[in-house]
Write a protein that binds this ligand. Sequence first.
Ligand SMILES: *Cc1c(COP(=O)(O)O)cnc(C)c1O
Length: 508
Amino acid sequence: MSDQGKILETREPAGAHRGYRIPEPLVFELSQPGCIGFSLPEAPGDAAADLPRELLRDDDLAGLPEVSEPEVTRHFTRMSQRNYGIDTGLFPLGSCTMKYNPKVGEWAARLDGFAGIHPRWPESAVQGALQLLHTLERALAQVSGFHRVTLQPAAGAQGELVGLMMIRKALLKRGERRQRVIVPASAHGTNPASATLNGYETVELKTNESGILTPDVVLAAMDEHVAAIMITNPNTLGVFEPHIAAIAEVVHARGGFVYCDGANMNALLGHARPGDMGVDVMQFNLHKTFSTPHGGGGPGVGPVGVAEVLEPHLPRPVIVQDSKGYRFDWDRPESVGRLLGHNGQFGLIVRAYSYLRELGPEGLHRAAAHAVLNANYVRARLGGAYALASKAPSMHEVVFSDATLKGLGVKTLDVAKRLIDYGFHPPTVYFPLIVSGALMIEPTETETKRELDAFCAAMIAILDEAKKDPELLRTAPHHAPVRRLDETRAARTPVLTHFFERPGVREK
Ligand SMILES: *Cc1c(COP(=O)(O)O)cnc(C)c1O
């Protein structure tokens, strides 16, 4: 059991409000008329008289809560302590790669010369920033075996979108209008979504019993109507696709393109390069592989690497270096166009650059090896208790099915919720969809054996509890500020009444 788990287990009976677990009201409920958290000097004369009428409020506080400075500080500090993040503990979400982000990256991103620049400054004033963009681009191309890279896309999904846009352009240049994209059943949902947004129809391919795609299945689906295959490697079962080069040959022979979803590059860094496997285009997820903080849906960066044939279609502008230094090149007549208002999420790009420079080729090689070792350690520790989803060895993440749980009357979700009581963030659940009740664990390279042992011990203890007292799991978590939320309803119909019910607020 983890230390956090022990503390929670011994300190508090379920349902009680004691210790540090103070019920936290909304800041509106803390409001008391007359409380004030700031002091301003009196405005000279009648300041309001000089303001345009439409800017004047008819009540002084416009429905805002009235609280003192200590109250508001404590309120938000307590709220922040209810959060769980990568700086709090293990975050084993598979497919998302929530790795610890070295603080040196935070330092670098906050340097005045980076944090203080404006995207509309002239190129001559931001040569250092352009050099950083150019260098990172080249480094990513080198790591992945691609001809060039664009840093523009704001996330993996947007990288997929632009990758397929470039493929469509290249096909049109050949005078071809292909209609289909083929995708294995294990793919992330963004793959078919990106194909659909590009006007393609998606055809799903079956994988073998180990979750691996075989060339014969691809051959059977391949014809002159298929624009591309989208394949994730390692795939979403955390398993390396050993036939990728043969699959690429089959696809190329029929004039199609090979798109690789590179969200799982963690496992390959410094060991193998998708560009060498016949892949034509791939997105990186800097916020997964290259250590930039993310969560709650953002922010992200989804650079795209391309083989030489797709280079003319890269989003513009591209950064070029000539005798006068670095500059943006807009003269790209075959480009798919511009994707973002400016040049990507610059702060995250600085962090990714720091990570690469800090590790270097040796370090990247070791990071990938440790990511794979850690996942296989968890696989070995838990494989006897939980049912493995694939016989093939794991790369950077390991997936279990709910086969063991079914007979015990508990679900994957119950195990995930009970982990919260042990002080751990739950892993990814119910993805990939091809695995019944999937439980997907990605420890990442940054976790120590001690942390992994604590996590595995909690997982095994939970399985014992399921055998003795399944109700304990079904009603978990018992030691969290809230119990089971209706997550769909919370997202679809959030209750904001405490704000909107205040008279006069909604109208404004
Ligand atoms: C995360 C992920 C994506 C999408 O990337 P975003 O940056 O979240 O848009 C696509 N494919 C796989 C396999 C992923 O894990």
